[in-house]
Design a protein around this ligand. Structure first.
Ligand SMILES: [Mg+2]
Length: 443
């Protein structure tokens, strides 16, 4: 087979000035500039280029960029097949590099950097195979797929043999589900109606529009002020009625007991779930909240869970009813596969975190794979959708009638447009030059 080598990694600091209009504002992140350290991997074949990224809310980009620079040497010079023939081994070579490991292990900046690089490699692999990433996964033999996962520290709940059994269980019916997804798409919910910084009028207008667009589930940010949250919840309920679902997201604002107390006041608004009620590191805290709030409300978390080991414990402790994987926080497809399979074993639906910039584009591949090959069920399954910044991608994620349409282009849908990469590069792109000049003029 053609021997393709990875010859260079370039990383760009791409930022979008979303804080100007309070897009993405929540109880903890009041001024996010949605950003992506954007990785380009070139190969010995000039037409085969991989793109990947992770996500930050602005200034964090510069630190992740440096971490990616430090990991480069573990990737450049490798052949694509050397990587994909032992993907778990390659994954571990990045996460367990003897000196860099001290920065994690498998958490924080170094893990975000690992995610960006691995996302680019999955893009490269899928492009080489002329398939979207979800299809690459669907077509892979269960044994090969499982060989991409590093099972270190999770074998007490999921062994490679069990993972293969899970994948084989629904193997006979995958083509029917693939066809179904091509026709119907995967259920999405919208977060665009309920950012904290939006006015009441804007919330009403956005609810009306989202209903017209076919959404049946909505999410609002909560946690800054209870009276304000009650008012916004009743506005949303007035607009969407009681049949449609309303999820709430506290973005880690509360102490454990405070979360329980606060949610008792929001129970009348019939929340479907409470997301990130407290610190993402507090596994037993989440479990206590899950036991203590009204049983009709599920606890959801994951967008800032470090790694598969944290997810393992959340599942073991019965701390979550919804598992919110993230394509850029966990180390790419490899680690997300581990979590998807563990969630299946525990019978917990995977409802990914998305939004930001490019998170919908990436994670859609994982939900289509999950439904087609692992869960085989849509019950309580829904993927976040935020309608921002898709125009910067060559193959933007699309939601029609409240459902993600299956992407058909080759790769991970991670290619950003050349013009966007030029315009939004920090600090030298024209968009940022203008903003920074303005700040100088009116400090
Ligand atoms: Mg959230």
């Amino acid at each position: 087979m053609e021997n393709i080598r990875l010859i260079s990694i370039e990383v760009l600091d791409i930022r979008f000035p979303t804080s100007k209009e309070a897009h993405g504002s929540d109880a903890m992140h009041t001024d996010p500039d949605y950003s992506a350290p954007y990785v380009t991997i070139t190969t010995t074949r000039s037409d085969l280029i991989g793109h990947g990224f992770t996500f930050t809310v602005g200034r964090g980009n510069e630190i992740v960029l440096t971490a990616i620079e430090s990991l480069k040497r573990l990737v450049i010079g490798k052949s694509l097949f050397e990587i994909t023939d032992d993907f778990a081994g390659f994954y571990r070579s990045l996460t367990s590099e003897t000196q860099m490991r001290w920065l994690g292990p498998e958490k924080g900046v170094i893990h975000l950097a690992t995610a960006a690089i691995l996302n680019a490699i999955w893009d490269l692999w899928a492009k080489f195979e002329h398939k979207p990433v979800w299809k690459l996964l669907v077509d892979m033999e269960p044994e090969k797929l499982v060989s991409c996962i590093d099972f270190r520290y999770i074998k007490d709940v999921l062994t490679p043999v069990e993972a293969i059994e899970i994948l084989k269980a629904n193997r006979g019916t995958i083509s029917a589900r693939e066809e179904e997804m091509k026709k119907e798409g995967f259920p999405a919910y919208t977060t665009s109606v309920g950012w904290l910084g939006y006015s009441d009028e804007r919330i009403r207008k956005l609810c009306k529009e989202a209903i017209e667009e076919g959404f049946t589930m909505f999410k609002m940010k909560v946690g800054a002020n209870i009276e304000d949250d009650k008012r916004r919840a009743s506005i949303i309920r007035e607009e969407i009625g009681w049949e449609r679902k309303l999820a709430m997201d506290a973005n880690q604002r509360w102490e454990v007991n405070e979360a329980i107390e606060y949610m008792s006041k929001l129970t009348p608004y019939k929340p479907y779930w409470i997301e990130e009620p407290t610190s993402p590191d507090d596994i037993l805290g989440h479990a206590k909240i899950a036991r203590s709030i009204d049983p009709s409300i599920g606890v959801a978390t994951g967008e800032q869970c470090h790694n598969r080991i944290i997810f393992k414990q959340l599942l073991q402790a019965k701390a979550i009813s919804f598992c919110q994987i993230d394509s850029c926080r966990l180390a790419s497809v490899n680690e997300n596969l581990a979590v998807i399979l563990m969630a299946r074993k525990f019978g917990i639906p995977v409802c990914p975190h998305a939004g930001g910039v490019g998170l919908c584009e990436l994670v859609q591949h994982l939900i289509f794979f999950d439904y087609i090959c692992v869960s085989a069920s849509l019950e309580h399954r829904v993927c976040e959708w935020v309608d921002h910044l898709h125009e910067h991608f060559e193959e933007p994620a699309r939601v029609v009638n409240g459902r993600y349409r299956i992407p058909l282009g080759h790769g991970f849908s991670s290619d950003m447009k050349e013009k966007s990469l030029k315009d939004y590069q920090f600090p030298k792109g024209p968009v940022w030059k203008a903003i920074l000049n303005e700040m100088k003029a009116f400090p």
